[in-house]
Design a protein around this ligand. Structure first.
Ligand code: SF4
Length: 341
C-alpha cells in the first residue's frame, strides 16, 4: 500500500496584536435583530466625544508605558456612517500614535451598504488600512428574514468597493441567521472566497437577551443552530477558506465575562473554535483516507494538532475508528506534514 503525504492547509497566522476600541451602535442605521453590542463588548453606548477623550488618554498612557505596538481597531458600530468629522478625528488620532511607533495600522468595521469608494479612499489617505465588513450572509433570503436592509448584490459590491479603495478586506459571516440553511452558508463561504478577503470571521448567530431575535426565539419563530451543527459547518468552512489561502481569525463568539447569562440560545461554547478545527482536520484526513479506499493502517501527524485531533471530549474518536484510526496507530511527530498509509 502506498503512503500519502499532505500538509495542513491553514495559512500561517499573522502575529499581529489588535487593540479593539468599541463604539457600540455608533453610526448604525438601526438595531439589527441579533445585535447585542453592549453585552458582547462589555462597553455601553457613550457620546463619541467621551469615547474619543478616553482613547486619547489610553493611547498616551500606553505610549508612556512603552507598550508593544498594536493595530488599532474601531469595532462595534458602523464606522463609515459616523459624521465625517468623527471618522477623521478617530483615524487622525490613530495616525498620531502611528508616527510615535505605538500603532502599527488602523482598521474599522462597518456595514456593506455604508461604504463608497471616494469615502474609503479619503480614509485610506488619512491612515486607514483595513475594513472589516459585517456581511453576515450573501443569501437574499437570510438577509431579508434577518432585516439586514441590504441585498446580496450590495454585500458583494461592498467587498469590491473596499478593494477598489486600496484597503485590506475582512469579511464577517454569521451562519444560522433566520432563513439560513447549511447549503446557503456553504454558498456564502464560496462567495466570500471568490472575493479574496485578507481575513474572515465566523460568528454563529446567537440569541442574546434584549434583542428582537430573543422574542422570535421565545415565540418559536426562530431556532438557532446548536453547537454540534455549528461546529460541523464551521469545520467545513475552515477547510474551504484555508484551501483558498484565506485566514480565519475567529470561529465562534468569544467567551467574555460580560456575556454571562446574556446568551439565551445558540452555538455558544468556549471550545467551539477548537471543535471546528477538529472537524476541519477530520475532513482533511478523511479526504486523504478515501484515496486509500476509506481505511488507513497508520497516521503520522504534526504534534501541534494533537489537542484538536480527537475532538472535544473525544467526540471524533468514532469517526476516526471508521477510517481504521485509533490511539494505537496515530503517532505524533515533529515534522510539519502528515503521512497516511
Ligand atoms: S450588527 Fe452592526 S450594524 Fe447592526 S446594530 Fe450591530 S453594530 Fe450596528
Amino acid at each position: 500500500m502506498s503512503d500519502i503525504i499532505f500538509y495542513h492547509p491553514e495559512p500561517a497566522p499573522r502575529t499581529r496584536h489588535i487593540r479593539p476600541v468599541f463604539i457600540p451602535f455608533a453610526g448604525c442605521p438601526g438595531r439589527c435583530v441579533f445585535c447585542a453590542q453592549t453585552a458582547q463588548t462589555g462597553v455601553g453606548p457613550a457620546a463619541l466625544s467621551e469615547r474619543y477623550s478616553q482613547l486619547q488618554k489610553e493611547l498616551q498612557l500606553a505610549y508612556e508605558a512603552g507598550e508593544s505596538p498594536f493595530e488599532l481597531a474601531y469595532y462595534g458600530g458602523t464606522f463609515t456612517a459616523l459624521d465625517d468629522m468623527w471618522q477623521e478625528k478617530f483615524i487622525a488620532l490613530g495616525r498620531q500614535y502611528r508616527h510615535k511607533g505605538l500603532v502599527t495600522s488602523i482598521r474599522c468595521s462597518t456595514r456593506p451598504d455604508c461604504v463608497d469608494v471616494a469615502g474609503l479612499q479619503r480614509l485610506h489617505r488619512m491612515g486607514l488600512d483595513t475594513v472589516e465588513l459585517g456581511i453576515q450572509s450573501f443569501s437574499n433570503d437570510a438577509l431579508t428574514r434577518s432585516g439586514r436592509g441590504y441585498t446580496a448584490h450590495t454585500a458583494v459590491t461592498g467587498c469590491r468597493i473596499v478593494r477598489e479603495a486600496g484597503l485590506g478586506l475582512g469579511i464577517q459571516l454569521m451562519p444560522g441567521l433566520p432563513g439560513h440553511s447549511e447549503g446557503a452558508f456553504l454558498r456564502d463561504v464560496r462567495t466570500a472566497c471568490s472575493l479574496g478577503p485578507d481575513m474572515v470571521r465566523l460568528y454563529p448567530c446567537l440569541v442574546f437577551e434584549g434583542t428582537l431575535l430573543a422574542s422570535w426565539w421565545r415565540d418559536g419563530r426562530y431556532r438557532p443552530w446548536g453547537v454540534a451543527r455549528a461546529s460541523v459547518m464551521l469545520g467545513m468552512a475552515l477547510n474551504t477558506f484555508w484551501k483558498h489561502g484565506i485566514r480565519v481569525i475567529r470561529a465562534g463568539v468569544a467567551h467574555v465575562p460580560s456575556l454571562a447569562g446574556k446568551v439565551l440560545a445558540g452555538a455558544y461554547h468556549p471550545a467551539l473554535g477548537s471543535m471546528a478545527r477538529g472537524e476541519a482536520l477530520a475532513g482533511l484526513v478523511s479526504f486523504h483516507t478515501l484515496m486509500l479506499g476509506g481505511k488507513a493502517t497508520e497516521l503520522y501527524a504534526p504534534r501541534r494538532f494533537q489537542g484538536e485531533f480527537w475532538g472535544h471530549r473525544n467526540t471524533l474518536v468514532p469517526r476516526w475508528a471508521r477510517h481504521g484510526l485509533g490511539r494505537s496507530n496515530v503517532h505524533w511527530w515533529d515534522k510539519s506534514f502528515f503521512l497516511l498509509s
